[in-house]
Design a protein around this ligand. Sequence first.
Ligand SMILES: *Cc1c(COP(=O)(O)O)cnc(C)c1O
Length: 312
Amino acid sequence: MQEDFKREVAQMAGEQGIMVDPCSMFDCQVKRIHEYKRQHLNVLHIITLYNRIKADPDMDMTPHSFIFGGKAAPGYFMAKLIIKLTNSVADVVNNDPDMNHRLKIFFLSDYNVKTGHIVYPMTDLSEQISLAGKEASGTGNMKFSMNGALTIGTLDGANIEILEEVGEENFFLFGLTVEEVMDLKAVGYDPMSYYLNNGELRQALDSISSGLFSNGDRELFRPLVDSLLHHDEYMLLADYESYIQCQDRVSRAYMDRDRNRMSILHVARIGKFSSDRSIGEYCDRIWNVKSQPVKLKWARVPDEGLVFRRSK
Ligand SMILES: *Cc1c(COP(=O)(O)O)cnc(C)c1O
């Protein structure tokens, strides 16, 4: 079943000239593009893998396909620049023969509920990497878990409840906690110190600044890199090392059978996030209404096939 969805997306990528292997690990981040959701932290990880392979072309690595999807608000310049960066990195990485099918990037255009039906069940790894304290809940995280994807995530929004349900040993947790974020901001957060102290991070940011992903244009991504080095409101640089180490753990787990066990446990333990439970609680605790049985019957609807319809 999952393989069918993977093949469907691989075909969509193929139509754009990107050869995605359905047997590779599908690492997906689909959601509105926003700095707090940190799609660019994901991109920094991809650039890090790219740099590692360039330095050691024979290295052993789980083949990864990174799938992105999501829209930017029309006036949100930085979000659009993040999309541009993702596609620019994709152009270089996807066409570099040294990658030898170990690394592919595909930005799914026009991500919506319809394509969501393909993305959630096909995913091996769900990216829920917002800065702790920023995501009210998130619902994509639940959809992925229900469909058996593993999660890499921070202690933010409903990730916390998912972790409680599936167990710490089945959740790839990284990053600062809300308290640590507040403490660090209180004493004066200095992103530059992380840049200076982590070689892989420095190399990743420098490769963007150098124009490697923009045909030598050193200005295109300057607003993004400058924002990270001098303000970094969403603390990507502080969480980078922990994120990369966690991604390395994911890769190792994916190579052995752990992942099947984890995936099954996710599906088995995620029942709490059923909309029936949630709406039931609203009825009891907030709306004070009783449930009404509704008779449903199968109906054949043009273009939708066989679906449940309320009977008249
Ligand atoms: C679930 C869903 C979202 C919300 O995703 P988050 O990861 O919770 O931000 C956004 N867009 C579509 C199409 C969805 O299906």
